[in-house]
Design a protein around this ligand. Structure first.
Ligand SMILES: [Zn+2]
Length: 308
């Protein structure tokens, strides 16, 4: 067995140069990586908020066990108990409206600190009353304080989102927000649309201040689409007025769809829960597109007999 010639080792100076070059390149790459992440965070606040939400999962908080897992910040115990007390009725309402039990026991996060709530809700915004994120409903402290009269409606509204997302397969296309919000308003009998009556919303529709049924994100209330900009009451928050009017109109449209053909409506929900695409599922259930059904709804509202 011949000996392999010993590889000549590089002179010490060359090795040192190589090592320092390697360190330098690694340093440049790490600096570039850190810079890239920093730029991504600065340019995409949504990414920053998503990471904050991942690190502030409500499931890590203590929980009251019942028909729902109500997780709470220790200072929010009384609020969590109020939520746990209304949960059975809220769950019953949602299951009746959606026509099916929950896929799993719903998770609700109850916060005492606006700062922690904003970090956990994936928006970085403490001003939203509630958010459903990653299948869990997160409640702002305001729902057990200034806006406690909205607690039951908003919890039921969020549980409608939790119900739908609990059945949908991971990565399935999202139904448009006008549909999911309208469904939640319908299921909660007006949760999220407080302060705007059916009559007021119907009048706004007759006057041409109608929501646009598109794929816009309804969490961005300023960008929420109306065919004509609704008039504003200067004594109220402009964003709240737009949002509640839009939610009420969407809720009325969903109720109308359900009254029009309950079997088709339930067929549509089952298709969405199976992860099917919205437009095709709606057309196959109702035999018409959403814009065409919306036009029928608007014309029904314009008849003297009402929403019919
Ligand atoms: Zn909602």
């Amino acid at each position: 067995m011949g000996r392999h010639p010993r590889r000549r080792s590089a002179p010490a100076t060359t090795r040192a140069t190589r090592a320092s070059r390697t360190i330098k390149i690694a340093g440049i790459w790490s600096a570039a990586l850190i810079l890239g992440v920093a730029i991504a965070f600065a340019v995409r606040p949504t990414l920053r908020h998503a990471v904050a939400a991942l690190l502030n999962d409500p499931a890590t908080l203590p929980a009251l066990d019942g028909v729902a897992n109500v997780h709470y910040e220790p200072r929010a115990l009384a609020c969590a108990e109020a939520v746990a007390a209304l949960a059975p009725q809220a769950i019953e309402r949602v299951e009746a409206a959606h026509g099916r039990p929950f896929a799993q026991k719903p998770v609700i996060g109850v916060y005492a600190s606006y700062e922690h709530y904003a970090r956990a809700n994936g928006l970085g915004d403490p001003g939203v009353a509630a958010v459903t994120r990653a299948g869990a409903a997160l409640l702002s402290p305001t729902l057990c304080d200034k806006e406690s009269d909205r607690l039951e409606g908003v919890v039921t509204h969020e549980l409608s989102h939790v119900h739908l997302s609990g059945w949908r397969p991971f990565g399935a296309p999202r139904p448009p927000q006008w549909f999911t919000e309208g469904l939640a308003v319908m299921a909660s009998n007006g949760g999220g649309a407080e302060g705007v009556s059916d009559d007021e919303a119907a009048q706004a529709i007759r006057d041409g201040y109608r929501i646009v049924l598109d794929g816009r994100r309804w969490i961005d209330f300023a960008a929420l689409g109306f065919e004509r900009e609704p008039p504003r009451d200067p004594t109220k928050s402009a964003l709240t007025q737009r949002q509640r009017l839009a939610y009420r109109q969407a809720g009325m449209f969903i109720s109308w769809l359900r009254r029009r053909d309950e079997a088709a409506f339930l067929h549509l929900l089952r298709a969405l829960e199976a992860g099917e695409a919205f437009d095709l599922s709606l057309e196959s259930a109702f035999g018409e597109s959403a814009p065409s059904l919306w036009r029928r709804f608007v014309s029904a509202l314009s008849q003297p007999s009402g929403a019919g």
